[in-house]
Design a protein around this ligand. Sequence first.
Ligand SMILES: [Cu+2]
Length: 141
Amino acid sequence: MYSVATPILGMICRVLAVAALLQPGMAHAQEIPTAASTGADGVQRVTIVGGSYFFHPARITARANRPLEITLSIESGVIPHRFVLDGPDGKHLANVPLGANSQVIHLTLKAGDYVFYCPNRLLWFKSHRKRGMAGVLQVQG
Ligand SMILES: [Cu+2]
């Protein structure tokens, strides 16, 4: 009895674990953060790719009070996406459409957590943000 049930339980656990990983909106909570890389010019740089329905990386760390250059690009597809970055106070610091050409945003940020997301939605469907197209930029002092 025990020898039969254990492998089945193990399999169910693995299936549940995979389902949890695929759960939209939860992915960025578990992702290992990507640190913006600092160039010889002192500018921190990171590239974020958007697609349906994700941003990658979805967790980014950067240093406070130093220039940060975010390059935005998009995976090919017909669904329009945007990149919105909110400050810790909820104000929009960036709000740009993601297009075929990559875009570059320059910011110098104070310490705090900055959320980014795609606010787009189609009719009554859930917003792309709720479908998992969101992430966090953690700026550390
Ligand atoms: Cu979108």
